[in-house]
Design a binder for this molecule. Structure first.
Ligand code: MD3
Ligand code: FE
Length: 214
């Protein structure tokens, strides 16, 4: 299907670039395996508890820095307090490759130091939000693996319109930099059962790489 009708890179907004099928199936399997290991600890993957007592439907584990509402810490203070697993250098290299693909220019100084690994089961979603705990305006790199989803990319002013809806599929890369770095965004739904069965993944994984500036 995708070979008959290749999906090309799309600049969704200034600084926001969607690169379909960036990770080949073998790399996707390797990343899924890494995520399975990261999910085991030292900090377990879990539903983040929000200040109002509700839990996010997405399950998350972090590398480098632990994100909690609304700050980063080197220890998982809301999940038992263990030190966060280190950010692997190969993942930073993948981030530099991603930014180079999206913007067409290599930046050896791009050094992501936090990764959030989000797992979506068939019912999980993520409401419209901004990522602004980072003290840096460096780009965020997002990798999608497994089930497809409906991703909503909004504006920097409010949760409301205008927005652009994009279907993200397994292997897709999205880079958010420049004027798009602090835009509202969310995941409206996932399309259950759309993952390649060879991945052995019953849901969707999203890996975001960030520069915390901390
Ligand atoms: C645009 N994750 O972890 S990835 C998140 O698919 C998050 O799990 C979603 O939003 C997911 O915070 C969306 C796309 C994404 C991630 C970070 C961004 C878009 C972004 C930061 C700034 C602007
Ligand atoms: Fe986000």
């Amino acid at each position: 299907m995708s070979s008959l009708l290749p999906r090309e890179p799309v600049v969704v907004a200034p600084g926001a670039v969607h690169v379909p099928e960036w990770l080949d199936p073998e790399r996707q399997r390797d990343v899924v395996q890494a995520c399975r290991e990261w999910a085991q600890g030292p900090v377990p993957m879990r539903h983040t508890r929000m200040p109002n007592g509700t839990q996010m439907s997405v399950q998350t584990v972090c590398l480098g820095w632990h994100w909690m509402p609304y700050r980063y810490s080197r220890t998982a203070d809301d999940v038992g307090g263990a030190p966060v697993a280190p950010f692997p250098s190969w993942l930073a290299g993948l981030g530099r490759d991603a930014v180079e693909t999206a913007y067409g220019e290599r930046d050896e100084s791009y050094e992501p130091d936090a990764a959030l690994i989000n797992f979506y089961d068939s019912t999980a979603k993520m409401g419209m939000h901004q990522d602004k705990e980072e003290q840096s305006s460096a780009p965020v790199v997002s990798l999608s693996i497994g089930d497809s989803c409906l991703f909503r990319f909004g504006n920097t002013e409010s949760r409301g319109r205008p927005w652009t809806d994009v279907r993200l599929e397994s292997g897709d890369l999205f880079v958010f930099g420049g004027p798009s770095r602090f835009a509202y965004h969310g995941v409206m739904k996932t399309f259950s059962g759309t993952a390649d069965s060879a991945l052995g993944l019953n849901g969707r994984l999203n890996i975001t790489l960030r520069v915390t500036g901390l």
